[in-house]
Design a protein around this ligand. Structure first.
Ligand code: NDP
Length: 490
């Protein structure tokens, strides 16, 4: 029998980086079956042993840092330095998940309250079994590891379907895990195209699916999961806003804005796409921004567009924006596939595709606003709600704007800084998806709460859950509840 294969290509050169099997439903189901057995063993190891294995895996990844960065560079086209940075971030998340799983998920006693005085109650978070991770190509280590590390630390086995554009790095992450956990296939990668991911989502033995990609595909994955009532975590990208307030440090704001928008060729789910600048500092900020933008170059400071089909979307957004808006940097000629030079356009109507749809390219739209309040309203007028940024010299106002931004995460006076803090949950609202990876919420996302109550002694004269209950017991209960809850408290 011949196995169908597909190639992963270097998007900068078109060279074949690797050839991988197109694993169909049978192969995926076999992998899930192996994972289900491995999951029972892994769960049985307990927190302490899993922590030690995961810290060992972290050390293995660290020792292979250069090799892995090289592979990410080849499969995505991003500079080796950027690949290194994303792997370092993934390593810090793996470390945090391993060290904190017991504290967050382990068994603990909880208070039972006055009416449950005769009870002892415990809460713990148990593994789901097999977690299916469907990953993207833009950060092929950092993003899926946000699910993989936390799912493994919570005691699950993982079957990982990397994007068809970055299968090699996905396979390598799983191979290296076997150096630390050789006994059972606790972490496997399955390769293929969309139908491989679809088979994973449709397998009834998968306890949860962690998906990263487009909103449209998330809906398809969710529909497949609905058949088996399989829950999902959906991270579907965004249209992040960057607000520059009146007393912001304009040089720092411009520097951060440019990097947040153009690094990784703008292919970042929490990348800067819309910039709102208050009137008082508009000219000053634009001077700082445009001066810096002329020095940033595709193929030098960042790589090519990884997914060839994305170039047409970027071109459409730029063509439309430059027809109605005013060009600051670049323009329609900036698109020279597979590279796109930085494009900045001002005064683009808020209902145009460049403002409404995820561009996923090195482009931004900039708009002048009356004040920070108007900037926030425009920032929030998006179907997406993943991340965002506020630059302000006023710490109180910055915090207030950040809290009122309708997103899962906001960075103040820095860009994307929340992604590097393992204790902070990561995820969005609206079309950006739901559920959280990273932090304590990310660990709990891949576990089920288990609640246990144990009667320590029979409460004299208060056996309420029995057919022997009499009127006097009910009377005692009413008196107790009136004492506890019947008074107006301040
Ligand atoms: P998709 O949403 O199509 O793909 C994401 C992942 O889902 C890939 O691993 C893909 O596999 C897999 N997949 C595709 N179809 C199915 C299916 N029916 N069932 C299960 N899994 C499936 O994103 P694209 O890579 O095509 O990128 C399109 C757009 O998504 C981008 O333009 C960007 O706007 C957004 N995006 C957002 C990301 C984020 O970080 N949130 C990351 C990547 C993209 P395969 O690659 O093999 O098709």
């Amino acid at each position: 029998m011949t196995t169908l294969t597909f190639d992963s290509l270097n998007p900068a050169t078109g060279e074949v980086v690797g050839t991988h099997p197109r694993q169909g439903p049978d192969a995926v189901h076999a992998a899930v079956g192996r994972a289900a057995e491995a999951a029972a063993w892994w769960a049985g190891l307990g927190h302490a042993a899993r922590r030690q294995r995961l810290l060992d895996y972290k050390a293995v990844l660290t020792r292979h840092l250069r090799e892995l960065s090289g592979l990410v560079h080849e499969e995505t086209g991003k500079p080796v330095g950027d690949a290194t940075l994303e792997i370092v971030l993934a390593i810090t998340h793996l470390d945090w998940a391993a060290r904190n799983a017991r504290k967050v998920l382990g068994r603990r006693r909880v208070s039972t309250g006055m009416i449950g005085l005769n009870l002892a109650a415990t809460l713990e978070y148990l593994p789901l079994g097999v977690v299916g991770v469907i990953g993207p190509w833009n950060y092929p280590v950092f993003t899926p590891m946000g699910s993989i590390a936390y799912a493994l630390a919570a005691g699950n086995a993982v079957v990982f379907k990397p994007s068809e554009l970055t299968p090699g790095i996905g396979v390598r992450l799983a191979e290296l895990f076997a150096e630390s956990v050789p006994e059972h296939p606790v972490f496997q990668a399955v390769t293929g195209l969309g139908e491989t991911g679809a088979a994973l989502a449709a397998d009834p033995r998968v306890g949860k699916v962690a998906f990263t990609g487009s909103t449209a595909t998330a809906k398809r994955v969710m529909a497949a999961c609905a058949e088996n009532l399989t829950p999902i975590v959906a991270e579907c990208g965004g249209k992040d806003a960057f607000i520059v307030d009146a007393d912001a440090d304009l040089a720092r704001a411009a520097d951060a804005c440019l990097w947040g928008a153009m690094s990784n060729a703008g292919q970042t789910c929490v990348g800067v796409e819309r910039v709102y600048v208050v009137d008082a500092v508009y000219e000053g900020f634009m001077r700082e921004l445009s001066d810096r933008a002329t020095k940033v170059r595709a193929a030098e400071d960042y790589g090519p567009i990884t997914m060839p089909g994305q170039v047409d979307i970027i071109r459409r957004h730029i063509d439309d924006a430059t027809k109605s808006g005013k060009i600051v940097t670049g323009g329609p000629d900036s698109v020279r596939a597979p590279y796109v030079e930085p494009v900045i356009v001002e005064d683009v109507p808020e209902d145009s595709p460049a403002v409404r749809e995820e561009t996923f390219g090195p482009t931004i739209t900039v708009r002048r606003t009356r004040d920070a309040q108007e900037a926030l309203e425009l920032a929030n007028a998006s179907a997406y709600g993943l991340g965002g940024t506020v630059f302000s010299g006023n710490a109180r106002r910055a915090m207030e704007l950040a809290r009122r931004m309708r997103t899962g995460m906001t960075a103040i006076n820095s860009v994307i800084s929340f992604a590097g803090v393992p204790a902070l949950p990561f995820g969005g609202v609206g079309d950006s998806g739901f559920g959280r990876i990273h932090g304590a919420d990310g660990l709990r996302e891949f576990a089920r709460p288990k609640a246990i109550s144990r009667q320590r002694f029979a409460m004299p004269g208060m056996n309420l859950t029995s057919f022997t209950r009499g009127p006097s017991e009910l009377e005692r209960l009413i008196r107790l509840v009136t004492f506890l809850h019947g008074r107006r408290k301040r």
